[in-house]
Write a protein that binds this ligand. Structure first.
Ligand SMILES: C[S@@+](CC[C@H](N)C(=O)[O-])C[C@H]1O[C@@H](n2cnc3c(N)ncnc32)[C@H](O)[C@@H]1O
Length: 367
């Protein structure tokens, strides 16, 4: 089948949010170079459909740098330290390496983009606190597409509006409708599902997770190291290997039936086929209608086409990801938007979606 180079070009072009182009001069320059380079287009266009994501190509190059490639390593290190004199010049050099050694990337294309971004816990905290109904609630948590399972520990991360010295702190700008005073529920059980879960104690898995972090974001690298160090003190979790649709029932059965089970998926459904997206959506809606289950889906609206009217409203900032919530006994509803890595959050919870209140605070929270 002929490769669709126009599609690959568009994927490179739109893979970063506009604000990220400003923040990340090296990755911005690199993506601009890749989108006009035939070899880079062919490589991306040839990737299996569910992983045809520019981030896979970027991570493969970053992996080579982390493994000490003599040309790439110093460039990526300088990018991480904010010391690149000319990002376009650096991007041209990376492209020359790709042309000279395309196997550096090609041999990693069997992998998946498995960025496990703790910043998403800042969004999950605000949404799940509201879904669970505030103080005194206990939930089972199921994270579909959990990668290394970091967001199963969403309650381990302090969330602030500005940075502090704690590398685990998540900085999230709340743009409206967010009530950070709502208590997080107690998380009774933590179960993840992933096609190919990553293990933080495995050297190759850890290196791949680091490669998936954008090099210019020193803070994310510091946080990742802090997560690896802290993980052994965190509560146990269970990770099931397999397709979400095949392991979901088992994951739900591991929870305590007395408590609400909150199923979350963050930046996962884009990797499902269209049929699987539909099947997963229908299954989640049925579970919420008939069982003690609520569903929180946070996905990019361009890549995920739920059969529901999921494009209600517009994000407050370009490139936002949509937060779709289905409460127990409720219908899927758009609850707002957030930055793909949780840098900002805007909630607009429809009145009909308000959960039954279990605390005075929850009763007075804005809707
Ligand atoms: C981009 S990562 C996101 C990881 C995590 N949810 C987060 O937000 O940090 C997507 C994850 O979904 C997993 N995945 C993709 N398709 C899947 C499927 N059909 N069933 C279960 N997991 C899947 C991948 O292996 C990968 O770990």
């Amino acid at each position: 089948m002929a490769l669709d180079l126009d599609d690959a070009r568009a994927r490179y072009h739109f893979s970063l949010a506009p604000e990220d182009h400003e923040r990340l001069p090296f990755y911005s320059a690199l993506l601009r170079s890749l989108e006009v380079d035939n070899l880079a287009l062919e490589i991306l266009a040839g990737v299996r459909a569910e992983q045809r994501n520019p981030m896979l190509i970027l991570a493969a190059l970053h992996l080579a740098a982390l493994r000490g490639h003599p040309v790439l390593a110093p460039i990526y290190l300088a990018a991480r330290r904010g010391e690149l004199a000319d990002p376009f010049d650096a991007a041209r050099t990376v492209l020359a390496v790709l042309h000279g050694e395309p196997e550096l990337v090609r041999r990693e294309l069997h992998r998946s983009t498995q960025t496990n971004e703790p910043g998403r816990s800042a969004v999950l905290q605000a949404v799940i606190a509201r879904v669970a109904g505030g103080r005194g609630a206990t939930i089972n948590l199921v994270d579909v597409g959990t990668s290394a399972g970091i967001n199963l520990h969403l309650d381990r991360f302090p969330v602030r509006s500005s940075d502090d010295v704690n590398p685990l702190t998540l900085v999230c700008q709340d743009l409206g409708g967010v009530d950070r005073s709502l208590a997080l529920p107690v998380i009774e059980s933590r179960v993840g599902i992933d096609l190919a879960p990553l293990d933080l104690s495995d050297d190759d898995h850890r290196l791949w997770l680091q490669a998936c972090i954008w090099p210019e974001e020193q803070r994310r690298h510091d946080r990742f190291e802090a997560v690896v160090a802290a993980r052994r003190w965190w509560p146990d979790s269970t990770v099931l290997t397999g397709h979400a649709l095949e392991r979901l029932g088992e994951a739900l059965a591991l929870g305590d039936p007395r408590h609400l089970t909150v199923v979350v998926n963050t930046w996962v459904a884009a990797y499902f086929s269209r049929d699987d997206q539909n099947a997963y959506f229908n299954e989640m809606v049925q579970l919420c209608a008939h069982d003690n289950v609520a569903w929180v889906s946070i996905e990019g609206p361009l890549a995920v086409h739920w059969p529901a009217p999921s494009s209600e409203g517009e994000p407050p900032r370009k490139g936002g990801s949509q937060i779709l919530v289905t409460l127990r006994g409720g219908e899927p509803a758009s609850w707002g938007w957030c930055h793909p890595h949780g840098h900002w959050l805007w909630l607009d919870v429809p009145a009909r979606s308000d959960p039954p209140s279990r605390s005075p605070r929850a009763a007075t929270s804005p809707s």
